[in-house]
Design a protein around this ligand. Structure first.
Ligand SMILES: NC(=O)c1ccc[n+]([C@@H]2O[C@H](COP(=O)([O-])OP(=O)(O)OC[C@H]3O[C@@H](n4cnc5c(N)ncnc54)[C@H](O)[C@@H]3O)[C@@H](O)[C@H]2O)c1
Length: 311
């Protein structure tokens, strides 16, 4: 099987690449290296005889995408400017990578005999609509150009299935964390900040009462969701929320990290920041029922692995 992974040198993409290499697939990593790093692909030395080719290119460049995906059976489309903040600062620039980039990947698939596209969508499509937990058909209300780009991408996934019979799967990731994550990631920024400060024995500041929660999911379980989509879905357009369905609030996160580091850290509580989403958690029943998704890690186990990787 020949697989192309756009954004394959990034945090999540490199873990997907690692699993594909482990399975003996021929892998093409297509990345512009804006946040991705070659070091994220250094796992390849543990798999002698494996096939991993790196192509430097931009998903906004149709010709480059088209050339890279020729002969591939499937694409994991992870490439994006993964920053809500950047998308608010410069919507047109983010649109190039995040919306036009997806359209290019779909069009290149249609024109080059690729049969399946699995897309990294995001819980950001839901914005701060109050319905909790988020189900697949919960109201979509993006609050940023990033969320809007992810949603329009998903609409194109559906259209490319209906119009051109391309098999498409949208995986709406919740808050992914794990080794190789850029510490400035807007998603699990809080995990990076807390781990760094606790490791240095410094105080932590929490905005609000610390009861705001997220559905944190360890990256290896996101890889599992992607592999299930690759192996089990062979037709149609499908969309799944990808999370544990478990709310972890900031106070719990701090308690777990204190335990892992075995350090007692002072926690300061400051006024809540305007615009912060208070609650985000999914109901993962659909992906469990339809694809047999079985998370292999708890948040605590994932955090232990992350802390180990940082030491
Ligand atoms: N990390 C999360 O919690 C989370 C949550 C929801 C969705 N996502 C989505 O998952 C995907 C992967 O995110 P990540 O956290 O690994 O971020 P990341 O920044 O580590 O990975 C993104 C990769 O895409 C590459 N890239 C960016 N723009 C590109 C372009 N125009 N052309 C080619 N390559 C480009 C980057 O160099 C990087 O390697 C993204 O699509 C992101 O929006 C992430």
């Amino acid at each position: 099987m020949k697989i192309c992974i756009t954004g394959g040198a990034g945090f999540i993409g490199s873990h997907i690449a690692e699993e594909c290499v482990k399975k003996g697939y021929e892998v093409i990593v297509f990345d512009n290296f804006s946040t991705g790093k070659k070091e994220n692909l250094s796992f390849v030395k543990n798999f002698p005889g494996s096939s991993l080719k790196i192509v430097k290119g931009d998903v906004a460049d149709y010709k480059a995408v088209s050339k890279a995906v020729k002969g591939c059976n499937a694409i994991f489309h992870e490439a994006a400017v993964a920053s809500v903040q950047k998308s608010i600062e410069n919507p047109p620039a983010t649109f190039e990578s995040n919306a036009k980039g997806t359209l290019n990947v779909l069009e290149a698939s249609r024109n080059n005999g690729v049969t399946k596209v699995i897309f990294a969508c995001s819980a950001a499509i839901f914005g701060d609509h109050p319905e909790i937990p988020k189900r697949e058909d919960s109201p979509v209300l993006p609050k940023s150009p990033y969320g809007a780009d992810k949603y329009i991408s998903e609409v194109y996934l559906r259209l490319y299935n209906e119009l051109y019979n391309l098999t498409t799967v949208s995986l709406r990731y919740f808050n992914v964390f794990g080794p190789r994550q850029d510490p400035s990631s807007p998603y699990s920024g809080v995990i990076s900040i807390f781990t760094t400060r606790i490791a240095q024995g410094k105080d932590i500041t929490v905005f609000g009462d610390g009861k705001q929660y997220r559905d944190f999911i360890f990256v290896k379980d996101v890889v599992q969701a992607n592999m299930l989509a690759l192996e089990k879905i062979n037709s149609g357009f499908h969309y799944y929320n990808v999370g544990y369905g478990k709310a972890t609030d900031l106070n719990t996160l701090i308690a777990i990290l204190k335990k892992i580091y075995n350090k007692d850290i002072k926690v300061n509580y400051a006024e809540a920041r305007a615009g912060d989403i208070k609650e985000s958690v999914t109901d993962p029943s659909k992906i469990i029922k339809e694809l047999g998704f079985t998370p292999g890690y708890s948040v605590e186990e994932g955090l232990r692995i992350l802390v180990e990787s940082l030491q």
